[in-house]
Design a protein around this ligand. Structure first.
Ligand SMILES: NC(=O)C1=CN([C@@H]2O[C@H](COP(=O)(O)OP(=O)(O)OC[C@H]3O[C@@H](n4cnc5c(N)ncnc54)[C@H](OP(=O)(O)O)[C@@H]3O)[C@@H](O)[C@H]2O)C=CC1
Ligand SMILES: O=C(O)C1=N[C@H](C(=O)O)C[C@H](O)C1
Length: 253
């Protein structure tokens, strides 16, 4: 008798979208995974539970993702979420739903690109050495939200590292400003969003201190860059109950 398990049964929400379609292709191509439900706007969520999905992957929109998460947790189905728009309040709500279903695993990652995860990690590490830091994120013009989830997460990590090091506010003499010229402020860190045709997903974290700057940059030129992270999350979430935020805990040392 073989001890190999059957392929993990995966449902994809947002299956006709840019990311959802790529996820369906990547899951289909993996021997140990199987797409059992492809669900998009207007489709019945119960198609996924009826098909016996063990993991649901959500790449939809920030305004519907919480309803999806609540439904999946209620159904006892593990979830991998790439959709943006997560705040600490949203994470708290997910934790409260999970209290009633402690066996369910949820992975929510602002960015599944391994390079992007490292860019965020390096930025957090650099933060305490530079008095100034600003984030410039660049995306395709069909993106609905600004700033990106990745930029928001990076700003929070950098702000936490600055606070832990007891750093003062950044120097900035700006007095006259056209609204938006200095970007959005997230936990005291300025974030600038660029939208242009030809871009996919790109981010620079620009640090400065006396006499030097450091730029940490990541580029996703193709959505294929997110797939190894998505597949890792699908394989991991079935044996990882509770809420996991970000890909870092799944990547190992
Ligand atoms: N974490 C990561 O690594 C990444 C995250 N993202 C995030 O993923 C999300 C999706 O991005 P992207 O694929 O580019 O966007 P798309 O607009 O291409 O795809 C979203 C899809 O979800 C569908 N949809 C909307 N509402 C529902 C619903 N209620 N039920 C099922 N499907 C629904 C949309 O349908 P319709 O078009 O008909 O509305 C669309 O097909 C964004 O939040 C983006 O920021 C993107 C890339 C990487
Ligand atoms: O919409 C996108 O494309 C992306 N969204 C995510 C985000 O908001 O950070 C991840 C990546 O930047 C691509």
């Amino acid at each position: 008798m073989s001890d190999e398990r059957e392929p993990i049964r995966v449902g994809v929400l947002g299956a006709r979208g840019r990311m959802g379609a790529e996820v369906c292709k990547a899951v289909d191509a993996a021997d140990d995974l199987e797409v059992v439900a492809m669900i998009d706007q207007g489709d019945w969520l119960f198609n996924a539970s009826d098909a016996g999905a063990e993991v649901i992957v959500d790449f939809t929109t920030p305004d519907v993702v919480m309803d999806h998460l609540h439904w999946c947790i209620d159904q006892g189905i593990n979830v991998v979420v790439g959709t943006s728009g997560f705040t600490e309040q949203r994470f708290e709500r997910v934790r409260s739903w999970l209290q009633h279903k402690p066996e369910v695993g949820v992975v929510i990652a602002p960015n599944f690109g391994v390079g992007a995860v490292l860019m965020m990690e390096f930025a957090a590490r650099a933060a305490r050495f530079f008095e100034s830091v600003e984030i410039i994120e660049q995306h395709h013009p069909r993106k609905l939200d600004a700033p990106s989830g990745t930029a928001t997460h990076t700003a929070r990590l950098v702000a936490e590292a600055r606070a832990a090091a007891g750093m003062a506010a950044m120097p900035d003499a700006t007095k006259d400003e056209i609204a938006g010229a200095r970007g959005a402020e997230i936990d005291g860190v300025r974030v600038h969003s660029v939208r242009a045709s030809g871009l996919v997903a790109h981010q620079e974290v620009l640090f400065g201190t006396a006499g030097e700057t450091l730029t940490i940059r990541h580029d996703s030129f193709d959505r294929a860059s997110f797939m190894p992270g998505v597949l890792l999350a699908i394989r991991s979430v079935i044996s990882r109950p509770g809420l996991t935020i970000g890909l870092n805990p799944l990547l190992g040392p």
